[in-house]
Design a protein around this ligand. Structure first.
Ligand code: ADP
Ligand code: MG
Length: 263
């Protein structure tokens, strides 16, 4: 049975898409069967997976709104070595149409049912807002992975985000777990980043991944070559960090995750 992990943070530019693409590729490299779902109309995860978002025949729009069978929407075995459900500008319309649909929060969850036995991991790259698409991701997920940058006010933002996730979870998905909090674009020479990182560990304890994603230009460059960092420069610190993260996720799977729902 696939583990469904939503990668969410309503803030933009915190490394959600970079994490989604590189963790999916790293997990696929460990021979797990992986599906990456792009839920962001910007389609950045799609492009970074080597799929031209303008050429995609079907996207999450067809899956969520037109109820196209999931097998017809999945792009099999991308150059990034995982399967993909693409996104592009059409997905903006999905966000609007969802508002007026029956059982609108659980459309993704229902759509995924037929392939849940096939995959080991399904990652969902969320848009930078808490809209209906993100609600669908959180309703479909077993757990949520929250990437964050260790900067000013990061902790406040994270506490607010966790609150929102908990409230949402109690309505649409009481079983939702916190997969983990991931420090991204980390610069160990920056004192503020170190301070925030320490506070983060105090507040969120074991939920914070030991693996830290460094600021690494290869991670930023790889998407313009339409590939995850491990295929662009496998010896880069960024590629290695995401491989380590995949390992940590696998090891954590053997332990129990913390519930997201407020008790
Ligand atoms: P989000 O999906 O949360 O909006 P992205 O993953 O698109 O964030 O990252 C925002 C920008 O920062 C992108 O240009 C991306 O290439 C860059 N970036 C992300 N992670 C790193 C990193 N660890 N080091 C350097 N640049 C990064
Ligand atoms: Mg993104």
């Amino acid at each position: 049975m696939a583990k469904v992990i939503a990668i969410a943070n309503q803030k933009g530019g915190v490394g959600k898409t970079t994490t989604a693409v590189n963790v999916a590729a790293s997990m696929a490299a460990t021979k797990r069967k992986v599906l990456l779902i792009d839920l962001d109309p910007q389609g950045n995860a799609t492009m970074a997976s080597g799929v031209d978002k303008y050429e995609a025949e079907a996207t999450t729009f067809e899956l969520l709104i037109e109820e196209k069978p999931i097998d017809d929407v999945i792009i099999k075995n991308t150059t990034a070595k995982y399967d993909l459900i693409a996104a592009n500008g059409d997905v903006t319309a999905a966000e609007i149409k969802l508002m007026e649909m029956f059982a609108r929060e659980v459309r993704l969850r229902n759509a995924l049912q037929p392939v849940k036995d096939y995959y080991d991991f399904i990652f969902i790259d969320c848009p930078p807002s808490l809209n209906q698409l993100t609600v669908n991701a959180l309703a479909a997920a077993d757990s949520v992975l929250v990437p964050m940058q260790c900067e000013y006010y990061a902790l406040e933002g994270l506490t607010a985000l966790m609150d929102t996730i908990q409230k949402l979870a109690s309505v649409v998905n009481p079983d939702l777990k916190i997969e983990g909090v991931l420090r991204t674009m980390y610069d160990p020479r920056n004192r503020l980043a170190n301070d925030v990182s320490e506070q983060l560990k105090r507040h969120f304890g074991e939920q914070v991944y030991r693996t830290v994603i460094p600021r690494n230009v290869r991670l930023a460059e790889a998407p313009s070559f339409s590939m995850p960092a491990m295929y662009y420069d496998k010896s880069s610190s960024g590629a290695k960090a995401y491989l380590a993260l995949a390992g940590e996720i696998l090891r954590r799977r053997e332990k129990t995750l913390q519930p997201a729902k407020a008790s």
